[in-house]
Design a protein around this ligand. Structure first.
Ligand SMILES: Nc1nc2c(c(=O)[nH]1)N[C@H]1C(S)=C(S)[C@@H](COP(=O)(O)OP(=O)(O)OC[C@H]3O[C@@H](n4cnc5c(=O)[nH]c(N)nc54)[C@H](O)[C@@H]3O)O[C@H]1N2
Ligand SMILES: Nc1nc2c(c(=O)[nH]1)N[C@H]1C(S)=C(S)[C@@H](COP(=O)(O)OP(=O)(O)OC[C@H]3O[C@@H](n4cnc5c(=O)[nH]c(N)nc54)[C@H](O)[C@@H]3O)O[C@H]1N2
Ligand SMILES: [Mo]
Length: 813
């Protein structure tokens, strides 16, 4: 028994304690798992673990997980972490290897319209693995490697060994490669435009340290960012350093201007001012601000001359010399719906103070999503504070505690995906998969090149929830009928698992051994197995090993090592780095035996880090990675591409759908699909105790302005139908003044729960936002996902309200 077993004063309230006890009761109802002698003998067990929402201590009694205590060095443990018992013991767990009934009978010649109906048959692991390996072999032999599509990286379990991403890459690389995706859903537009502008992807780079911001920044403009919510999550596991930064700002009374159609928790709890533009019109608003800076002589010409290229070309556009439209505050107001006077005042405020323009990624996850961040950088150049402590711009502080000071710590090696073989199939842009499935042979533009879609016969889904993450469910259902075979590894019966032919149950990270470090490298954790894998689930490494063995590459996959051999080798790799860094680490045996985190010191240097300080100091010796070595307000590389939907400078280009488009006559509400407070996308949606905190009438809440609700006879708490010509969902109305009129917010990640399973276009009973969104690339440049560009209509639902069933799991047919 661990030394912490009887610890008191851990901060658990009585309510939380009762919650844990209730969950324990639920756990007891779930069938017995196989216990090894060693674990059964240990009546109580406690281990450290981590997931994307926190580090925690998990407790088990008689082989069952019963309680979670937040890691005591996390100052902001969140509600999700506390509900890990309900996650592990969820009724939605995939218990056994399962095969779709029709597939079991007819194999790859099955009727694929049966997908999604939930008719599965339990099979043995041997049978399931033989089927998976057999299909991989058959498809490669008949159609070639490019015919297998490995779905884009998702939020798979943390850990250096059981990393589904590394395992998947390793397997497909050993087999000659599958069709993969490049780019991601998070910052898909920004990560492709930023290299042209600042010579770096920027979105995942080290940002100015919070202590520097706390000391120096007078005004923070949170432009489409909700860090109070999004900083709950980190990859790897959070100790919530970013939230500490926000708390300090609030304590010091800094001016925080939130620009967001939604008065988010951030605006509500730490904001000083809320400005609510129409969605997807921020570039117009920023142009209005730029116009004021220019005409009132507030633009910093010295900075623009020394550190940027192309300002004059941009200025010609700003002043209407290019297109005959002067981008005045009045013009901007007509587009974005924010008063010209507010725009003027904003320009003066940010020019008169040390200002940090801080953006999240919501507004770049939209049609022409490259533009807002390019324009944000252009504005920051006009202010001339880039590279000064606490000034300039950032597009990273809302994510994974990027501004939190980091530790002097070794980088832990991991399994790794191995070498990409010669002749590996060409990748596709990550958000174009549905297009690819539907249109084999089609050629599309992508970042200055052409990409030809392969003809996909098999989907291998190793770690993501495609049927919540990707827009336009109806179109996607049609696309997912095309391949002959779909394989998924999952812990839970997600909407995606229900669309598969072969479902392999993997276990949670509480059911295996692994190691990982925390968000800023401060803690290295032994993640020791708490309970045996539930039901017949197996660890990620074991499942991939078994598939590799059947395909004749088992030895290459494992290199002859067991789980513990790998963990020891990762740890020893870190330990030899630690020696060079002159920090202490115990040897592996002691580390593992003790089961406690190794803590590394926070480095002074990282507390003082200022992004772009080097460049500002010496632009010649520290040039940026752009062709000119400077910030490119105008890009000749992009000019050469000649795209009509991404010009050579930041510009206002109307999105496919917005409140100013003709379509708004039929569908007058702009749908925003922000990230949820009590989930990581779709993860944890199945945990009933958490759902109680946020659902309305058992459904996903939809935020609607009080005026819009009144005009439709909708009262707070009503069940509503939200629809457009792409689909329809039920949701629970949250009537509020915390959202601009004409806008609704339905968070992404709700599970698709069709009234008629398997039928395209069925009403979703729960409220999955991506039923309604648009499957389109942001532009020819990034081809990124546009989840925040969609118009809908909303009405009170008067039909019989069906029960939500998405979270019940699937029974054997
Ligand atoms: N409309 C709209 N759509 C969006 C967004 C938006 O803002 N609006 N946001 C987008 C963003 S930023 C992202 S990152 C994506 C997220 O897309 P995903 O990464 O697909 O989202 P998650 O819900 O985290 O799904 C991860 C799935 O993997 C499973 N899983 C977790 N760990 C493992 C593992 O180790 N092995 C296996 N086999 N499975 C595992 C979980 O149970 C879960 O079902 O969604 C995108 N979609
Ligand atoms: N709790 C929690 N934290 C998370 C996640 C989660 O699912 N849950 N997901 C994680 C992941 S994978 C990612 S990528 C990040 C996502 O981080 P972000 O992409 O920054 O998060 P979002 O909530 O999508 O968007 C931030 C804000 O932008 C606003 N917004 C949307 N469109 C517009 C617009 O056109 N104009 C303006 N001005 N504002 C707009 C939204 O209303 C929202 O409040 O968060 C991470 N953190
Ligand atoms: Mo993301």
């Amino acid at each position: 028994m661990s030394e912490y077993a009887n610890r008191s004063g851990d901060g658990l309230t009585r309510r939380q304690f009762l919650g844990a006890t209730a969950a324990m009761g639920a756990a007891a109802l779930i069938g017995p798992s196989l216990l090894t002698e060693a674990y059964a003998a240990e009546a109580e067990r406690e281990t450290l673990n981590m997931c994307w929402w926190g580090l925690f201590r998990a407790k088990a009694k008689n082989g069952r997980m019963v309680e979670v205590l937040p890691f005591e060095k996390d100052p902001y443990p969140n509600a999700m972490t506390r509900e890990m018992v309900g996650y592990v013991n969820s009724p939605a767990r995939v218990k056994y290897p399962m095969v779709r009934k029709g597939f079991l009978k007819n194999g790859h010649k099955s009727d694929t319209s049966e997908r999604g109906r939930g008719e599965f048959v339990r099979v043995s692991w041997d049978k399931a693995l033989d089927l998976v390996a057999g299909e991989i072999r058959r498809v490669i032999k008949t159609y070639g490697n490019s015919a297998i599509y490995s779905t884009p990286s998702g939020w798979y379990n943390l850990g250096q060994l059981h990393s589904a991403g590394a395992c998947m890459n390793r397997l497909e690389n050993l087999l000659g490669g599958f069709t993969r995706a490049v780019g991601d859903y998070s910052s898909g537009a920004s990560q492709f435009i930023m290299p042209y502008v600042v010579g770096d992807m920027e979105v995942y780079s080290q940002q100015t340290a919070w202590p520097v911001i706390e000391e120096n920044t007078e005004v923070i403009v949170m432009w489409g960012a909700n860090p109070l919510v999004t900083l709950q999550i980190s990859w790897p596991g959070p100790t919530h350093g970013g939230l500490e930064g926000l708390a300090e700002l609030r304590k010091r009374g800094r001016k925080i201007i939130v620009i967001d159609p939604v008065r988010t928790d951030t605006a509500e709890q730490i904001g000083s001012q809320w400005i609510a533009p129409r969605p997807n019109t921020d570039v117009a608003m920023m142009l209005g601000v730029a116009h004021v800076l220019h005409t009132e002589g507030l633009a910093n010409r010295e900075f623009l001359d020394e550190y940027t290229v192309g300002y004059d070309k941009f200025l010609a556009y700003l002043l209407g010399k290019e297109d005959g439209v002067e981008k005045s505050p009045e013009w901007a107001a007509g587009v974005c719906g924010v008063d010209a006077d507010v725009i003027r005042a904003l320009a003066r405020t940010i020019a008169g103070s040390r200002t940090l323009l801080m953006s999240g990624w919501g507004m770049q996850r939209a049609d022409h999503g490259e533009q807002p961040h390019w324009m944000l950088v252009t504005l920051a150049c006009m202010l001339g504070q880039i590279g000064l402590p606490g000034g300039g711009f950032t597009v990273g502080h809302h994510y994974s505690s990027q501004g939190a000071p980091s530790a002097t710590a070794p980088v832990i090696p991991g399994l790794g995906g191995g070498k990409t073989p010669e002749g590996h199939p060409a990748p596709i842009p990550t958000a174009r998969s549905v297009d690819m499935l539907l249109n084999p042979g089609k050629v599309i533009d992508f970042n200055g090149r052409k990409v030809t879609f392969p003809d996909i016969k098999m989907i291998y889904n190793g770690f993501s929830n495609e049927h919540t993450r990707h827009p336009e469910r109806r179109k996607m259902m049609k696309a997912w009928r095309k391949p002959e075979t779909i394989v998924i590894h999952e812990m839970f019966w997600t909407p995606t698992a229900r669309m598969a032919d072969i479902v392999l149950p993997v276990c949670t990270s509480l059911e295996l051994n692994d190691i990982s470090s925390s968000e800023n490298g401060q803690f290295l954790l032994p993640m020791k197995k708490l309970v045996e894998p539930l039901y017949e689930s197996r660890s990620t490494y074991d499942v991939f090993t078994a598939v590799a063995e059947r395909l004749g590459v088992g030895r290459e996959f494992t290199e002859g090592k067991t789980d513990m051999d790998w963990l020891r080798s990762f740890y020893d790799g870190a330990r030899s780095q630690a020696k060079t860094l002159k920090v202490d680490m115990p040897d592996f045996n002691e580390f593992w035996e003790k089961g406690e985190a190794v803590e590394f010191p926070i480095s002074q240097e990282s507390r003082e880090f200022v992004r772009y300080a080097d460049y500002r100091e010496d632009p010649l010796m520290e040039p940026l990675g752009t062709p000119s070595g400077k910030i490119e307000i105008y890009s000749k590389d992009i000019e050469k591409m000649g795209y009509d939907d991404c010009l050579a400078h930041a510009a206002w280009i109307e999105p496919a759908e917005w409140l100013g488009s003709p379509k708004a006559k039929t569908y007058p509400m702009h749908l925003l699909t922000g990230h949820p407070k009590y989930r990581l996308h779709s993860q944890m949606n199945h945990v009933a105790a958490l759902r109680k905190k946020y659902t309305i009438g058992d459904r996903e809440p939809i935020w609607i302005n009080a005026d819009d609700a009144k005009a439709r006879g909708i009262a707070n708490g009503d069940i509503v139908r939200v629809f457009n010509d792409r689909g329809q969902v039920l949701a629970g109305a949250f009537v509020t003044d915390r959202i601009r009129s004409g806008v609704v917010r339905l968070c992404e990640g709700g599970w698709y729960d069709p009234v008629e399973p398997g039928r395209e276009g069925s009403l979703c009973k729960y409220g999955s936002a991506n039923v309604l969104t648009l499957d389109k690339g942001a532009s020819k440049l990034s081809q990124a996902v546009v989840g925040n560009t969609a118009l809908v209509q909303i009405e009170k639902y008067t039909g019989k309200v069906p029960a939500v069933t998405a979270f019940d799991g699937v029974k054997e047919a």
